[in-house]
Design a protein around this ligand. Structure first.
Ligand code: PLP
Length: 368
């Protein structure tokens, strides 16, 4: 059997060959603990600090990067910032209804600490109505959470405007930048942002929280006091170097990657012209195509088209068997949710991949 076509780049991305090469010496030769003070440790620490700067590059200067195991962990760490604000009488957290579970469920978990959590609705195009959001944010709001690029439908939220609304009422703005980092410009007025290496052609097992220098984050993992005392544990220089090099590569290849994704997206749009696009058609990251076809049984489609790796909703939602909360939030009926698929294009896909995938998917869909 030939290699299946991978069109699930929102679930994860392949490791870039350059990133693999950058990591090898840190796995094979340089085994120093970056927290040791001798020469082996100092060499590893220097590599970690270079990687930290590389990951921080697209963010404003007045902040720093904390390495974590995943973006989910980074988001959990960031949410801790609300505790200090709670002492000042702020007990409300607002996150968009279409946030990834990493933000949504972490916010909901804060209810146990006495917070009121509002899952703020979006419009049928997946985008936020800024007037409605402005009305929801008040002086009791501690934090507003919104993602840059939606992992299921690809829409790009107006993060800069959302941060302005949060700041106008003295609240913090947390941006889940996992799907947008390296692809979409990150506004300079956010307070915290989460990133994941495995979504940017880096290794799995490492993420990062970017946080403004004046924000106090309580420790999530106690121990040896690494990462400003908030996330103890020995860092993996290989993973840090991998994430740093993946981040740099995204910047270096930004135009090339964007042009490539645009070409794939244009081709896909033509080949899937019989399908309806879920989410706004223009305000979206072009590497995401979430489409539906009335009456389609997607579970059957996925099992019929084994030569293409694509997703019925997000990886998490499709794994759980629950209907996608994102597609539900944009007003799709259960049958429409079940007839939707997500195709995610990436740096290593070719036009031939899109052509072959479209042929197989369309043929199977028509045969139903
Ligand atoms: N946020 C978004 C938008 C995502 O797509 C994902 C991964 O699917 C996450 C957060 C969680 O990232 P990680 O796998 O690094 O925990």
């Amino acid at each position: 059997m030939t290699e299946p076509i991978y069109l699930d780049n929102q679930a994860t991305t392949p490791l870039a060959p350059e990133v693999f090469e950058a990591m090898v010496p840190w796995l094979r030769d340089n085994y120093g603990n970056p927290h040791s003070t001798h020469v082996f440790g100092r060499k590893a620490a220097a590599a970690v600090e270079i990687a930290r700067e590389q990951v921080a590059a697209p963010f404003p200067d007045a902040g720093h990067v904390l390495f974590t195991g995943t973006a989910t962990e980074a988001i959990n760490l960031a949410m801790g910032a609300v505790l200090e604000l709670q002492e000042q009488g702020r007990n409300k957290i607002i996150v968009l209804a279409t946030e990834h579970a990493a933000v949504r469920d972490t916010a909901i978990a804060c209810e146990r600490k006495g917070f009121d959590v509002l899952l703020h609705p979006v419009e049928s195009d997946g985008l936020i109505d800024l007037d409605a959001l402005a009305a929801a944010i008040d002086r009791k709001t501690a934090l507003v959470g919104a993602m840059l690029v939606n992992n299921e439908i690809g829409v790009i939220q107006p993060i800069e405007a959302i941060a302005e609304l949060a700041h106008a009422k003295g609240a913090l703005m947390l941006c889940d930048a996992v799907q947008g980092y390296g692809r979409v410009e990150i506004p300079g007025n956010i307070d915290m942002a989460a990133v994941s290496a495995h979504k940017i052609y880096g290794p799995k097992g490492i993420g990062a929280l970017w946080v403004r220098d004046d924000i106090d984050i309580p420790p999530l993992v106690h121990g040896g006091g690494q990462e400003h005392g908030v996330r103890s544990g020995t860092l993996s220089p290989a993973l840090c170097v991998g994430m740093g090099s993946a981040a740099s590569l995204c910047i270096l290849r930004a135009q090339q990657d964007a042009e490539h994704i645009e070409a794939l997206a244009m081709h896909a749009k033509r080949l899937f012209s019989d399908w309806t696009i879920n989410g706004d058609e223009t305000q979206r990251y072009r590497g995401n195509l979430n489409i539906r076809r009335e009456g389609l049984d997607v579970a059957r489609l996925v099992s019929d088209v084994r030569e293409v790796a694509f997703s019925a909703g997000s990886a998490c939602a499709s794994g759980s068997g629950r209907p996608s909360h994102v597609l539900t939030a944009i007003g799709l009926k259960p049958a429409q949710v079940k007839s939707s698929i997500r195709l995610g294009f990436g740096r290593y896909n070719s036009l031939q991949d899109i052509e072959m995938a479209a042929k197989l998917i369309n043929r199977a869909a028509e045969a139903q």
